[in-house]
Design a protein around this ligand. Structure first.
Ligand SMILES: CC(C)(COP(=O)(O)OP(=O)(O)OC[C@H]1O[C@@H](n2cnc3c(N)ncnc32)[C@H](O)[C@@H]1OP(=O)(O)O)[C@@H](O)C(=O)NCCC(=O)NCCS
Length: 167
């Protein structure tokens, strides 16, 4: 049997339609074309896709959240995972983890010490993946989503991760 080829790479503007298609198939949280365009234009350095045999099958959108004070520049920015999804046929093969690791690395290269995200309390697959990547549950936002479901805010910290490695 022929081996399939998998590539993890930064997302480009030309990936937008594929990303939107995956987003609509996989998640109830959908966004306008303009939103995807804005994120990819401004934060393309932290947005990732996975390609299997030339087809985009997964994506990660993330961005920098700047602190209110612009005085300290970009230092102190947090990374924010906005959306991640892998097409059902390609799940449970490590792609979600690889996409996350690639995106996290890019955020870290932009001086980010903390990365956070929101996830539905019922989304066991995602919560488990984030835990394996070193995220912990920071708080719960009750009725965060339009349908009333609560969100877990999960966070990863560079300091905490290095302490975990040391011990
Ligand atoms: C969450 C998602 C991106 C994971 O992608 P994936 O490529 O299947 O993830 P991985 O193969 O890297 O799995 C990593 C770990 O996550 C956990 N996991 C993944 N799918 C799981 C499932 N269905 N049930 C329980 N745990 C699961 C496992 O701990 C897994 O590690 P293992 O393979 O050693 O058991 C994918 O399920 C998805 O696209 N879901 C729909 C969109 C979504 O919910 N996005 C997150 C919004 S916050």
């Amino acid at each position: 049997m022929e081996q399939s080829s998998t590539i993890i790479r930064l997302a480009e503007l030309t990936d937008i339609n594929a990303i939107i298609k995956i987003n609509r198939l996989c998640l109830p949280e959908n966004y306008s074309f303009d939103f995807f365009y804005k994120i990819l234009s401004e934060y393309g350095f932290a947005c990732v896709v996975s390609e299997v045999d030339g087809e985009v099958v997964g994506y990660l959108l993330s961005r920098l959240e700047r602190p209110f004070s612009t005085f300290i520049g970009l230092n102190g920015s947090k990374g924010h995972v906005i959306s991640i999804a892998v097409l059902p046929a390609h799940r449970k093969k490590g792609l979600g983890t690889q996409i996350m690791k690639y995106g996290m690395q890019k955020l870290i290269e932009h001086n980010v010490d903390t990365i956070y995200l929101e996830v539905r309390v019922s989304n066991v697959a995602a919560v488990e993946m984030y835990k394996k990547l070193g995220y912990y549950i920071k708080r719960e936002f009750k009725h965060y989503y339009r349908d009333g479901e609560s969100a877990l805010v999960m966070e990863w910290g560079r300091k905490q991760a290095s302490e975990e490695i040391e011990t």
